[in-house]
Design a protein. Structure first.
Length: 114
């Protein structure tokens, strides 16, 4: 269903989403753009550690960073989730169909109507 490049992108997206700090950063950016300093403020980790998390998000295409003077402004890129959403949607349909068929088969064997 997916080609190798899309699969590689999915690997990066799911890796980026696997970390709770990165998910929190994405939640913050869903509210609007922010500087790296603003993003790092609530975390009990260093500015450098937050910057590394932002790098992972940026390589996955989930975040963009732009230099504005001395500041780096970050913005969410929700379009990067498109391939992940398509992959999840395919598998949701696949497993729903399989589970519906299993449910029908179990219902027939037990004599219960669908």
């Amino acid at each position: 269903m997916f080609n190798h490049m899309v699969e590689h992108h999915l690997d990066r997206v799911f890796h980026a989403l696997s970390d709770p700090t990165r998910r929190t950063i994405l939640d913050r950016l869903a509210e609007g753009e922010a500087t790296v300093g603003q993003i790092s403020r609530p975390f009990p980790i260093s500015f450098a550690a937050v910057s590394k998390h932002l790098g992972v998000l940026e390589r996955a295409g989930l975040v963009t960073r732009e230099a504005r003077g001395r500041e780096r402004v970050c913005r969410l890129n929700p379009a990067a989730l498109g391939d992940a959403r398509a992959w999840l949607g395919f598998h949701q349909r696949f497993w729903s169909e399989r589970l519906d068929a299993l449910d029908a088969m179990v219902g027939q064997k037990s004599g219960k109507p669908d």
